[in-house]
Design a protein around this ligand. Sequence first.
Ligand code: DQA
Length: 145
Amino acid sequence: MTKKIYILNGPNLNLLGKRQPEIYGHDTLADVEASCRKVADEFGLDCVLLQSNHEGAIIDWIHAAREDGAGIVINPGAFTHTSVAILDALNTFEGPVLEVHISNVHKRESFRHHSYVSLRAEGVIAGFGVEGYALAMRRMGSLLG
Ligand code: DQA
């Protein structure tokens, strides 16, 4: 069976391309999905990109990934810095978890410097713009290959 990667996105990322483009750029989440699918095809992986502004929805998708997901790429948005519940959910998932931030969170406000998700993630990409997602998918390909 083709291995499926869940690409999960947290609050406000539905506005990607419109929201603070000086920080997050002009590409949309649809562009991100297209670039991830390209890499997934290259590695013979399947992928699904999901976004929610609600913490519980993200937790439910992590639970779904427990059933049929081989890996998770996650940009939890602001939940990165606040959500023990997302960390707990990720700790129930057995495959690789890669954390992506479009901006370089370490160059920004100090409250963005701490990530609960990093306690679980195999790797973290920050500050590579939306290209970070495709890089994470590439890494997923080599971890699962
Ligand atoms: C973000 C960084 C977070 O601090 C912020 O709350 C976001 C996006 C990023 O991709 O750079 O919503 O995760």
